[in-house]
Design a binder for this molecule. Structure first.
Ligand code: SF4
Length: 323
């Protein structure tokens, strides 16, 4: 398995739950999109995969492993995987790139670490990739500092950096959130082309269901740190079982929805289903919240799931128990 998360739980050090329990499995070449709004725990998950959780957040249960090696505890094997077989495309290139290093120095960092390649040898090897990404491979560009490149160029430098050691698996954390629509489309097409050519697998983290639909073959919907629904992308979009997935679809279609409100902050989340304050079908049973229905790869967690035949726009939850 390329990536395996087994009942991962993250808490604040004061005991407030932030994420989980969350299970997830990604095989070689799989394209999984993780969808959820701000505060749902998406970026924390990426940080947990690379074991770089922010101060005040701890893993309280579960495991994270890639290519058979635990990623949640230090080891020489883990050091050989991170940045080489498993690479991260960050959400904010300006924050991720070191303002004192040139773009060329950024690109040569991981090849030096994992392959012992010199700066010049790495840049020469990466030249076709830079061409492909529309990044000038000449010193006039590569000697620039990050703030001297455009936002789109910085985004593509981060992608080139992640691809520099020919990884098997990418974690892309909202990589297109700062791009305009055309640049975003070009970026998606490019990653999908590279994915097909290289047999790359990826976990694409996004708040945008349209992006998730365009890039993934499987979806996992996260809300308030809890997985709510998972399944094949086409099936989930055609027939969501969870009211929150239907709500995301309504938003993507700009369809009217009865549901309003915001995701509560972690300490204010209700016991049971975190979607209760915004769900028009919530009742007392939702505080107990029956377990996940179906398999981890295709299932949902809801007291009153939608009927498959019912959903053709704004959601109309049914009262049938899930099976
Ligand atoms: S019906 Fe209950 S369990 Fe299902 S989404 Fe609404 S609040 Fe959550």
């Amino acid at each position: 398995m390329a990536l395996l998360l087994d009942d991962l739980c993250l808490h604040r050090t004061d005991g407030v739950r932030l994420l989980g329990p969350l299970g997830l499995a990604l095989g070689p070449g799989d394209r999984l999109a993780l969808v959820g709004e701000s505060g749902s725990g998406k970026s924390l998950l990426a940080q947990a995969i690379f074991d770089v959780l922010p101060l005040g957040v701890v893993r309280t249960a579960g495991q994270v492993a890639a290519f058979g090696t635990r990623l949640d505890r230090p080891s020489p094997q883990r050091d050989r995987i991170r940045g080489a077989r498993l690479a991260w495309v960050p959400q904010d290139p300006l924050q991720a790139l070191n303002p004192r290093l040139t773009l060329g120095e950024h690109l040569a960092l991981l090849p030096a670490l994992h392959r012992g390649e010199s700066h010049d040898a790495a840049l020469a090897r990466l030249r076709p990739l830079l061409d492909r990404l529309g990044l000038p491979p000449e010193p006039a560009f590569l000697d620039r500092l990050p703030h001297q490149a455009s936002g789109g160029q910085r985004q593509r430098v981060c992608l080139a950096q992640a691809l520099a050691c020919d990884p098997d698996l990418l974690i892309l954390d909202e990589p297109t959130s700062a791009l305009d629509t055309l640049a975003q489309r070009a970026y998606l097409d490019l990653v999908l082309e590279l994915q097909r050519e290289r047999g790359l697998g990826f976990l694409w983290i996004t708040h945008d269901l349209a992006v998730a639909a365009a890039v993934s073959e499987r979806l996992l919907v996260l809300y308030g740190g809890a997985p709510l629904e998972a399944g094949p992308t086409g099936q989930l979009l055609a027939s969501p079982r969870h009211p929150y997935t239907a709500r995301l679809l309504d938003a993507a279609r700009r369809a009217p929805s009865l549901e309003t409100g915001f995701l509560p902050a972690p300490p204010d989340r209700p016991v049971g289903c975190p979607f209760q304050p915004r769900c028009t079908s919530a009742d007392d049973g939702c505080a107990h919240w029956r377990p996940w229905q179906g398999s981890p790869a295709h299932g949902w967690r809801c007291e009153h799931p939608l009927r498959p035949a019912d959903w053709a726009g704004p959601c109309t939850p049914c009262s049938e128990p899930s099976t």
